[in-house]
Structures are given as C-alpha cells and as structure tokens.
Design a binder for this molecule. Structure first.
Ligand SMILES: Nc1ncnc2c1ncn2[C@@H]1O[C@H](COP(=O)(O)OP(=O)(O)OP(=O)(O)O)[C@@H](O)[C@H]1O
Length: 228
C-alpha cells in the first residue's frame, strides 16, 4: 500500500504479524500488515471496537512488539531497539496519548506536563505551553493531582503532555473520547495547530467522524487490513 507522497517517509511497517494468545485461544490481530506514513501526514484511524487500533499504536510506539515483521520510524528500526534506546527514541520523537491516559499519579497536572519537557532539556514552561494549557482549559487545574481531576480533565492533561515537547510523531488513542462536543472541538483545534507548527505527523484513533474530519485522511482497520 502506498500513501500520498508528502514529505519523506517517516514510518514503514513491513509484514507485521501480531497475535495474542491465552490458555484457550489465539487471536490474530494482524497477518502481514504493510503501510507507510509520510512526514507531516495527519491520519485518522477508525474501525470497529476490537479491530486492533490501539494494538497498532502500541506497536508503533514500541510499547509492544510484533511476532514478526519490521517497523522503521525515522530510518530507525524500532522492532530491534534495546529498551534504553527505545526510551531515548520515544523521549526525542514521540508524543503518545494513551486510551487510559497513563498520567503519573504522584505528580500534579503541571508537573505531568513539565516532566517530559525537562527530560528533553526544555524549560518547564514557555509561551507555547502556556498557550497549550489555556487552549485545553487547564489553567485552573494545574495544581491538582490526576485523582482530583475528572476523566475529561485527565484526558486533556494527557494531550498537553503528549504535545508539550512538540514531537515529530504524535500517536493519539481516542483523545476526544471522554470530551463533550465543544471541548473536543477546542482540543482538536489546538492539537492541529501544534501539529502544523512543528509539522508533526499524527496518527489518531477515533470513533468520531467529526474528530476524523480535522485530519488529512482516514484509514479504516478491518479484519487485520488497513483500508486507505
Ligand atoms: N494483552 C492482550 N491479551 C489478549 N488479547 C488482547 C490483549 N490486548 C488486546 N487484546 C485483544 O486484541 C483485540 C484488539 O484490541 P485493541 O485494543 O487493539 O482494539 P481497538 O480496535 O483499539 O478497540 P477499541 O475501539 O474498543 O478501543 C481485541 O479483541 C482485544 O480483546
């Protein structure tokens, strides 16, 4: 499968096979999945619940490994990286919004956001992060811990954290899933602004056609195949 040519090829996935096994059964999620994503593309990934969308994001972020096949991001093979190299790679290139948010419970919202910036040698705050916090309407919740935030607020902190370092690649798993329509629109506007500013590449899982409409194109995952 080829994607519209735009920028350099950022992600190449070749012959990806992924399955989950438990005591009673084996579920094949992908059997020989192939695709490329070019730098600067913004792609909505849709498909039925259980189709494997989160699994694909986790493979691309190096949080899980395929049984076989090869994933290259920015000319680096993430399938064969050591854990230490993978951590460095994620810190430098990747912003990830997890479906379960994965905020650090012992840090305030402010520190969850600034932590990743400090790891990258950036100042804890600057004009961009202040604008980000305002656009995501988090300014009054910055000193709260994740347990003191609503689901939607935690989701917005997770989004702020993912884009606070202006990464080259953003993988977002249902980033508007817990938000009302108006907040979802504000979040998507800010996310797309951040993406445009940095010319980041965005792969975003969503069940919402409205959210998908903010991105350049939509892919569907069906029965282990990507339909572009
Ligand atoms: N660790 C695991 N062990 C066993 N099966 C798993 C595991 N993780 C995911 N699965 C199964 O793999 C399939 C794909 O899951 P995945 O979370 O990727 O789907 P999804 O498309 O993101 O779904 P949703 O839209 O509901 O979030 C599902 O059938 C799920 O139950």
């Amino acid at each position: 499968m080829t994607c519209a040519s735009r920028g350099i090829c950022l992600i190449t996935a070749r012959n990806i096979c992924k399955e989950y096994c438990d005591a009673s059964e084996k579920i094949v999620i992908f059997d020989n999945l192939n695709f490329t994503i070019h730098s600067g593309e913004t792609i909505a990934l849709m498909g039925q619940s259980g189709a494997g969308k989160s699994t694909l994001l986790h493979l691309l972020g190096g949080f899980d490994k395929p049984e076989s096949g090869h994933i290259e991001i920015n000319s680096q093979s993430i399938s064969s990286m050591s854990d230490a190299r993978l951590s460095r790679f994620r810190r430098q290139f990747l912003g990830m919004v997890f479906q379960q948010y994965n905020l650090i419970p012992s840090l305030t919202a402010r520190d969850n956001i600034s932590f990743v910036r400090r790891l990258n040698g950036l100042p804890a705050e600057d004009e961009f992060t202040r604008e980000l916090v305002h656009a995501l309407q988090l300014q009054d919740r910055l000193d709260h811990y994740p347990s003191q935030l609503s689901g939607g607020e935690q989701q917005r902190v997770a989004i702020a954290r993912a884009i606070a370092t202006q990464p080259l690649l953003i993988l977002a798993d249902e980033p508007t899933g817990n938000l009302d329509e108006q907040t979802a629109a504000q979040v998507m506007t800010m996310l797309m602004r951040a993406v445009a500013l940095q010319q980041s590449t965005l792969l975003l899982v969503t069940h919402s056609p409205t959210t998908a409409s903010y991105l350049d194109k939509t892919w569907r995952l069906e029965q282990g195949q990507l339909l572009c």
